[in-house]
Design a protein around this ligand. Structure first.
Ligand code: AMP
Ligand code: MG
Length: 417
């Protein structure tokens, strides 16, 4: 399509700054309705739809934190003191009667304390013959008892609505007897890979053809972030075929994402088709890599036109699509953690556009955080993403940078808990 058909640009030629683009698209999105009831094991990475309360107190009984002996003793006992041993409390097999002052039982870690018991003497401090127990080393003030409501009191909120669930959340819910919970629906994403020159990896390349990689890169990235890609299509730069694919994906998915064909070249159909079939909210970013980028809607379905260059596609997906998907899922929008780092070596670049450069994180001898930028930062070179720990935020006005220059960087690491 010739660029003369483009509508007048609502923004300066340089495009929209990333933060402004993110703000605009987040403001236009609302969470998907409904919820799914699912077992805990299927909830990792999903978002809670409602607060979850503890039905009962957990653990629900006072328990010993030590292998030793439980006593009923009003004060800290003195060395030399002895007690009759009345029985035993083991995990899952409590001693059935209350203890009276001056009585003791054998107790194991995790076992319930009988009513009346006031403390546990760790077994290292005592001598016992099965019938009697004597204290032979000084006992400290710690009673070695876990409270009945240590994990949760009945009715306590275990987690709120809109929390993305990690292993610790799931473990705590299990510990409180929760087996299933209501989860927000995940957006179903349709991916449209466009380009006349693309052939799938594994097939032979004709003249000028390249192996298609955006599909693999984006599906892997999105799946790692818990996004469901329900459909993926490869379509040539033909307006009729693209129009049909866009409409079908918009009708069947919660979000449509394309790559390629979103610049202003002769075979770049995405933006005019978006304008024809839906609407363009903004086009073009003030960003390197990632200048060609369109956001809008198709049949009411949010649409993201990512650049064709793979690094630009992956980085704009991370910066703009992922926050949008978080919003659609009703989750808190969680930007990547940012930290200040120093360049490990000089960095050549021309001022002009803000850049997100790929770098490895190194820790210097004094514990200082260093960023090592290796090789060409061309938006076509996927190798620049391999092994990257950081996206270095380089402001537009900065040209060549000397080693030691301090910059903000986004951390490309997944949370654990
Ligand atoms: P475009 O945005 O369509 O002009 O594409 C920009 C560059 O990215 C061109 O060199 C394309 O060949 C390349 N490209 C587009 N789509 C893909 C893809 N799916 N996989 C690999 N490279 C692509
Ligand atoms: Mg193209």
């Amino acid at each position: 399509m010739s660029s003369s058909t483009a509508s007048p640009e609502p923004y300066p030629r340089e495009g929209l700054p990333l933060e402004e683009a993110r703000r605009q698209l987040l403001a236009s999105l609302v969470p998907l309705a409904g919820s799914d009831m699912l077992p805990l094991q299927q909830a990792l990475g999903r978002v809670s739809a409602r607060p979850v309360l503890a039905a009962q107190t957990v653990p629900g009984f006072r328990a010993s934190i030590m292998d030793g002996y439980a006593l009923a003793a009003a004060s800290v006992p003195q060395v030399g003191h002895s007690w009759p041993l009345l029985g035993r409390s083991a995990p899952g097999a409590p001693y059935p009667r209350p203890l009276a002052e001056g009585e003791a039982i054998r107790i194991l870690t995790g076992a319930p304390l009988p009513e009346g018991a006031t403390r546990v003497l760790p077994q290292e401090l005592v001598e016992a013959d099965g019938e009697r127990l004597s204290l032979i080393r000084e006992a400290g003030p710690n009673p070695w008892i876990r409270a009945a409501d240590e994990e949760a009191a009945a009715g306590q909120v275990l987690l709120g609505a809109g929390v993305r669930l990690g292993p610790a959340d799931l473990g705590r819910l299990a510990s409180c007897g929760v087996a299933e919970l209501a989860l927000r629906p995940r957006p179903r994403l349709g991916l449209l890979i466009t380009g006349d020159e693309l052939v799938p990896a594994g097939s032979a390349r004709g003249p000028g053809q390249i192996w298609e990689s955006n599909g693999t890169l984006l599906v892997a990235l999105l799946e790692r972030l818990g996004v469901v890609v329900v459909e993926r299509r490869l379509v040539a730069d033909q307006p009729a075929a693209l129009r049909a694919a866009l409409l079908e994906l918009a009708a069947g998915c919660d979000v449509v994402v394309s790559t390629g064909g979103v610049s202003a070249g002769d075979s770049d159909w995405i933006r005019p088709l978006l304008a024809e079939l839906g609407s363009v909210a903004f086009w073009k970013l003030f960003l390197k890599p990632g200048r060609p980028f369109a956001f809008g809607e198709l049949l009411g379905t949010p649409f993201f036109g990512l650049p064709g260059n793979p690094v630009a596609a992956a980085i704009t997906a991370l910066q703009l699509l992922v926050p949008a998907l978080q919003r659609l899922e009703g989750a808190p929008v969680e930007p990547l953690p940012r930290l200040k780092v120093r360049l490990a070596a000089d960095l050549k670049r021309g001022a002009g556009r803000p850049e997100l450069a790929r770098a490895r994180l190194q820790v210097g001898p004094e514990g200082e955080l260093l960023a090592l930028v290796e090789g060409s930062q061309a938006s076509s070179r996927i190798g620049s993403l391999q092994g990257a720990d950081l996206l270095l935020e380089i402001p537009a006005e900065l040209g060549a940078l000397a080693a030691g220059s301090e910059l903000w960087a986004q951390l490309l690491r997944l949370p654990i808990f």
